[in-house]
Design a protein around this ligand. Structure first.
Ligand code: GAP
Length: 515
């Protein structure tokens, strides 16, 4: 099945099984805003706990923070968001659809890249083992031609974005004959800048009201509290401040479900270091964050770094951790060496000293910052995309299939389901008693409706790793069967051992020990 079809099915699955609902659905929804259902909220909480504990529990020099969403508007002036947090927009006059000019060009670059890779793959299968890829790439006229086209377009694009030169962005779209995917025409307007921050007012009268913004990142709440935390916690550099919270961006091209939302959640950590040591720390955090992702067991080959060749003016190194989504390798997390830009800006705009006295050096300085920044929702989508499987279980000509969410047990919303084989003869009572014994440790679910086979399928679809079945033998010898979601194997175990069998497998502690 095509990857896009799988993705569509995943989106439908998220709704059908209580993971993610479109926001305000009975009023026809609100673009790029979503609600999390009964299982979604549990998965989200587990992802947040994995991140929070990996930062705050495992590092004695990282502490947490929960800063407000509303902040003084000058913060966004100082950070550069008022002047520069813009997307270049272009409209198609025929379809009346609005696009991000940079995204249209990036998609054109992706098309060229795909074309080139197709040529290389064709040649690989034609030449077999004798294939010299490097030689082919540098000499095959078709590949060389595509590469030259790609490089030229890439250079023009990077230069135009650096300005940004809006007229040049439009010209690139025209020169490359990029058409509107809806109308198929090249009838484009000029490119305009559009600020992504949502604004509102604070205060009761229109005279006294102050225009403020919904924060577009949680990071600034950390920077403006840098001294509060450092002083009250007697923190010594190097140290970090971690925060999880909502962020808001008026995204114009909001696509791919919860990949790009207007209201989303971020998990950000700012790590304050001595100037001059930032690139060493950048390397350390790059590795640490990749390890965190890979420890979930979705296959190391599905992750890669994408180092930025074009850096933001405040950064001296930046990389993305990308995951292979059904729609290609895409950013899940950004790691940035932000220099002392933010603290210096806040010092200038607030007039308050944002410096640290280093007792070892006996001097004061503005610390440099390494930032790790990951979207909870994007991580959620990554976990769901990696866990969603449609399996053909047909046997001896009898068709059968299942949809299973192979979620890592530590993240699964429901850890175990207790299922009485029949709804009588005391089996429901035994089941309830087992849940009463385990519910303080694990999120348990009771289900007695439908055949046992149907109930297993329901649990597979929500990703419950363990199903405990209570049958007549249970009443006699206090044993149950435990059925494993991924292998579908079953084994008989004493009720008394259930806690320890399951605890090992779903333990956050064990997951954190992998880091
Ligand atoms: N403080 C740095 C910062 O905000 P960013 O690359 O703009 O950097 C960091 O965002 C992460 O936040 C991204 O890697 C992504 O996971 C998530 N993110 C950003 N915009 C998002 C959106 N519109 N919807 C969902 N997640 C988003």
């Amino acid at each position: 099945m095509a990857q896009e079809d799988i993705f569509k099915k995943l989106v439908a699955h998220c709704k059908e099984y209580g993971y993610v609902f479109p926001s305000s659905e009975i009023y026809d929804g609100l673009g790029a805003v979503y609600d999390y259902g009964q299982y979604g909220v549990e998965l989200k909480n587990n992802i947040k706990k994995y991140w929070w504990d990996s930062m705050v529990l495992l590092h004695e020099n990282i502490v947490g923070l929960d800063s407000a969403i509303f902040m003084h508007p000058t913060i966004w002036k100082a950070s550069g968001h008022v002047d520069a947090f813009n997307d270049p927009l272009i409209d198609n006059r025929d379809s009346k659809k609005r696009y991000r000019a940079d995204v249209l060009i990036e998609e054109q670059l992706e098309k060229l890249d795909e074309k080139r890779e197709k040529e290389v793959e064709k040649a690989r299968s034609r030449f077999g083992e004798k294939f010299d890829e490097a030689l082919y790439r540098s000499t095959n006229p078709r590949v060389v031609e595509i590469t030259e086209k790609y490089d030229l377009l890439h250079k023009r694009f990077v230069d135009a974005m650096a300005g940004p030169d809006l007229a040049e962005l439009r010209q690139i779209i025209v020169d490359n004959e990029i058409v509107c995917p809806v109308s198929g025409t090249k009838n484009w307007t000029d490119v305009r800048q559009f600020n992504l921050m949502f604004a509102t007012e604070i205060g009761s009268t229109s005279d006294g009201a102050l225009k403020i913004y919904l924060r577009p990142e949680t990071a600034q709440g950390i920077f403006v509290n840098f001294l509060n935390v450092q002083k009250s916690g007697r923190m010594k550099i190097p140290f970090g401040i971690a925060q999880i919270g909502k962020a808001f961006r008026n995204e114009i091209v909001a696509r791919q479900f919860i990949f790009r939302m207007r209201e989303f959640e971020q998990m950000e950590m700012q790590f304050f270091v001595r100037p001059g040591t930032e690139l060493e720390w950048f390397g350390k955090w790059k590795e640490a964050r990749m390890k965190w992702h890979r420890a979930l067991g979705f296959g190391n080959e599905n992750y890669r770094f994408h180092d930025h060749d074009k850096l933001a003016h405040y950064a001296n190194a930046a990389t993305d951790i990308e995951y292979k989504f059904p729609f290609g390798f895409k950013e899940v997390e950004g790691i940035h060496s932000r220099t002392d830009f933010d603290l210096r800006q806040h010092q200038e705009f607030s007039g308050k000293k944002m410096q640290y006295f280093d007792p070892e050096l006996n001097e004061s300085y503005t610390p440099y910052v390494i930032e790790t920044s990951i979207g909870v929702d994007r991580m959620f989508l990554q976990v769901m995309a990696a866990s969603y499987y449609e399996e053909d279980l047909s046997k001896d000509g009898v068709p059968d299939s299942r949809v299973v969410l192979r979620l890592p047990s530590v993240l699964a919303p429901v850890k175990l389901a207790v299922l009485p084989l029949v709804r009588k003869d005391g089996l429901p009572d035994i089941s309830r008693k087992i849940i009463d014994g385990l519910k303080f440790d694990f999120n348990c679910q009771y289900d007695e409706k439908d055949s046992i086979g149907k109930r297993y399928r329901r649990q597979d679809a929500i990703g419950t790793p363990y199903c405990i079945t209570i049958d007549y033998q249970t009443a006699e010898d206090e044993t149950v069967t435990i059925r494993y979601r991924d292998s579908m194997l079953q084994e008989r175990v004493p009720i008394a051992q259930l806690r320890s069998i399951i605890a090992d497998k779903v333990s956050m502690q064990e997951q954190l020990k992998k880091l």
